[in-house]
Design a protein around this ligand. Structure first.
Ligand SMILES: [Zn+2]
Length: 398
């Protein structure tokens, strides 16, 4: 009985060895069980063995899996590291390393699932928040898809400059189908319109024959800007204007995405609020100040990915009456489910165990000049190494 379940498990595992010709392939029969006490598998193609935890967050960690899952869940909710240190009797550096590992793992999951999702985004909002750290001010750019509330992209930087906006929009571009109708709403930072146009371009060949293809902005791209003027932290005036494209087209896309009736940045501001609340613990004073920006980066991925896959979104879960807008029932839904990237709510354990299969193996390209002399025939016996023996040489000449 046990063997059959093990065989079944082995049929769902892929070889993680990048040198292996069968890497990333599932159900090809090349993986067999190898040791039960600490579960391991062996690949029959490359002969390498690997742990069952390989590719998950838990690879190489000795602490019980349940403890790691609880700690990562607490971190994803913004629990202060010091509180975890005291509650679980762990070392501060252990908790920090788990957070960094979780952040890196979540980044890989985000890149493998969200950025490969090729979504029709329709309406995107982008904004940046100023994060106050220990002797440092950092900027965090965030972008989300409005209709599904899916967090799409995040960038952390010490400066608020064009490269921050460029990197953010390049990530958004990676998530979407090309040449679709798209509305991007941002605040009044004047780096955005240029960065958006640079990100959403496609090569167009205008002249026949040789020559470079020029880049053209997507024909159905629309950029809206919302500027809020505040007096004593209260909004007194809101200016809405189109930075690119027509207002009529923007109104159509607003209706399609269910993102309000006027240009707004309300949805990304709501996400900013969640991020701010949960990132606070990362930016409080602590002793390893030099690594703060990385902590912020890994914390952002941990928050963003758990937000996308693990936490049920209240507004998305509500089933409303189409005519009156009254809440009828509640279905548990996450932003990733709304975007069609998955069909169920993920547990944190499932997220941390998610293995990303490497792409199919490709034969490495031969470098250098092509061979002019043919390869030696393997069936013929090789000439013995070294010089020919003297006696033989004499015999040949005389
Ligand atoms: Zn292999």
């Amino acid at each position: 009985m046990e063997t059959s379940t093990e065989q079944m498990k082995a049929s769902q595992v892929f070889c993680p060895n990048l040198e292996c010709k069968a890497r990333g392939e599932v159900g090809q029969g090349n993986i067999v069980s190898h040791g039960r006490k600490r579960p391991r598998y062996r690949c029959k193609t490359c002969g390498k063995t690997f742990s069952a935890k390989e590719g998950t967050l838990f690879a190489g960690l000795r602490k019980p899996t349940e403890v790691i899952v609880i700690v990562v869940t607490l971190l994803a909710y913004g629990c202060p590291v010091q509180a975890i240190v005291h509650a679980f009797g762990l070392d501060e550096r252990t908790v920090a390393s788990w957070r960094d590992r979780a952040g890196k793992h979540c980044q890989h999951v985000h890149q493998a699932v969200v950025e490969q999702g090729k979504l029709d985004l329709v309406h995107v909002q982008a904004d940046e928040i100023r994060v106050k750290g220990c002797k440092m001010i950092a900027w965090m750019g965030l972008a989300m898809m409005v209709s599904t509330r899916l967090w799409l992209a995040g960038v952390v930087s010490l400066t608020r400059d064009r490269s921050l906006a460029d990197r953010l929009l390049a990530q958004v571009r990676a998530c979407c189908q090309p040449l679709r109708a798209l509305l991007v709403c941002t605040d009044g930072w004047n780096a955005y319109p240029g960065s958006i146009r640079r990100a959403f371009r496609e090569k167009v060949k205008q002249t026949p024959g040789r020559g470079r293809a020029c880049l053209q902005v997507w024909p159905q791209l629309v950029i809206g800007t919302v500027i809020k003027r505040t007096v004593k932290k209260r909004v007194v005036e809101v200016t809405r204007r189109m930075a690119y494209g027509s207002l009529k087209r923007a109104a159509v896309l607003l209706r399609r995405s269910g993102g309000g009736t006027m240009l707004n940045t309300a949805f990304i501001e709501r996400l900013n609020g969640t991020m701010r609340e949960r990132l606070a613990s990362l930016t409080r004073k602590c002793r390893h100040a030099a690594r703060r920006l990385e902590a912020l980066h890994s914390g952002m991925y941990l928050l963003g990915t758990t937000y996308n896959f693990c936490w049920v979104h209240q507004e998305l879960s509500a089933v409303r009456d189409a005519a009156t807008g009254k809440r009828l029932a509640s279905l548990k839904r996450t932003p990733a489910m709304a975007a069609g990237l998955t069909d169920h709510v993920w547990s944190v354990y499932e997220l941390l165990c998610y293995k990303i299969a490497p792409g199919p193996w490709v034969e490495p390209k031969r470098r250098g000049r092509p061979r002019t002399r043919p390869l030696p025939d393997p069936t013929l016996p090789k000439r013995p190494p070294g010089r020919p023996r003297k006696e033989l040489a004499y015999a040949a000449t005389s």
